[in-house]
Design a binder for this molecule. Structure first.
Ligand SMILES: Nc1nc2c([nH]c(=O)n2[C@H]2C[C@H](O)[C@@H](COP(=O)(O)OP(=O)(O)OP(=O)(O)O)O2)c(=O)[nH]1
Length: 133
């Protein structure tokens, strides 16, 4: 038994955030997520996240502070999801290692089928939007 550490990017562009759809044959195929991936052994988390975003979407981002940390069990598989607030640097994403992507407001995320571990992150984004009104 061990814990898998996964980094994910909450990339803000105005009032929208980027979400990505997992490939059909991946774990949790076709679900939506915050783009990112598994942290390599000994890897610095922000550097790992920049690497994953390059691999998955072919773009550079600036990784800021932690937005949320989620501990989730998928059956016996434990993941620790480190979600960072990230700055979009103006490059268009490409579907390099994902099926699709969308820029959505937090409210629009309600209609998307996210991986379970991401639900607290979506809820936090939605609460934040409500406070801003
Ligand atoms: N990237 C990412 N993975 C997530 C999120 N939520 C969530 O449960 N996961 C899970 C799905 C996967 O089981 C695991 C991350 O694996 P991955 O397949 O994205 O990572 P990777 O690109 O390094 O994978 P690999 O194909 O190189 O093995 O964490 C999320 O918001 N983003």
């Amino acid at each position: 038994m061990h814990t898998l550490v996964v980094t994910a990017a909450v990339i803000f562009k105005g009032d929208q955030v980027l979400i990505a759809q997992r490939k059909k044959n991946a774990d949790h195929g076709l679900k939506w997520e915050f783009p990112g991936g598994k942290l390599g052994y000994g890897e610095e988390p922000r550097e790992g996240l920049r690497r994953e975003i390059r691999e998955e979407l072919g773009m550079e981002i600036e990784v800021g502070d932690i937005f949320e940390v989620v501990s989730h069990l998928y059956g016996e598989r434990h993941i620790l999801l480190l979600c960072y607030s990230c700055r979009w640097l103006g490059q268009a994403p490409e579907t390099r290692d994902c099926k699709d992507f969308r820029w959505l407001t937090p409210e629009e995320m309600t209609g998307y089928n996210f991986t379970e571990a991401d639900l607290p992150v979506v809820q936090k984004l939605q609460r934040r939007t409500n406070w801003a009104r």
